[in-house]
Ligand binder design. Structure first.
Ligand SMILES: [Mg+2]
Length: 121
C-alpha cells in the first residue's frame, strides 16, 4: 500500500491548513495522523512518498520522529511544518535529516517552493 503524503500534526486545524496548501495534484492520497508514533509505524508498514511533520506534539515530538526514521530503510523524505521560528529548530531538524522547513501558517507558495528545493515537486 502506498501513501503518497503523510500529514502529521497534533492539531486538526493545522493539518487542515497543511492539506489545503498541498499542490493540487497531490490531493488523491493523503493520510493525516495526529501523533508521531503512528507516523513512524506508518513508515514501517507502507511506502510513503513524503511526510509533512509538525515539531511540537505530545508524546513523540517531530524531532523524535526524525530520529526514529533514521532506523527505517527507505524512510520517506520529511518536510517540517512548524510555528517554531527559532533558527535552532530548523538547524536541528535539518541535522536530523529534514529536507525542508516551512513556517506556519503554511502558504501554498511557500510549501511548493520548499518541495521544489528539496526535489520533491
Ligand atoms: Mg503541534
Amino acid at each position: 500500500m502506498t501513501t503518497h503524503v503523510l500529514v502529521v500534526d497534533d492539531s486538526t486545524m493545522s493539518r487542515k491548513i497543511t492539506v489545503r496548501a498541498l499542490p493540487e495534484n497531490w490531493a488523491g492520497e493523503i493520510v493525516q495522523l495526529d501523533n508521531g508514533a503512528d507516523a513512524v509505524a506508518a513508515c514501517r508498514d507502507r511506502s510513503v512518498d513524503v511526510m509533512l511533520l509538525d515539531l511540537t506534539m505530545p508524546g513523540m515530538s517531530g524531532f523524535d520522529v526524525l530520529e526514529a526514521l533514521r532506523e527505517i530503510d527507505a524512510a520517506p523524505p520529511v518536510v517540517v511544518i512548524s510555528a517554531d521560528a527559532q533558527p535552532k529548530a530548523e538547524e536541528r531538524a535539518r541535522e536530523l535529516g529534514a529536507r525542508g522547513f516551512v513556517r506556519k501558517p503554511v502558504q501554498p507558495d511557500a510549501l511548493a517552493a520548499t518541495l521544489r528545493d528539496a526535489g520533491l515537486l
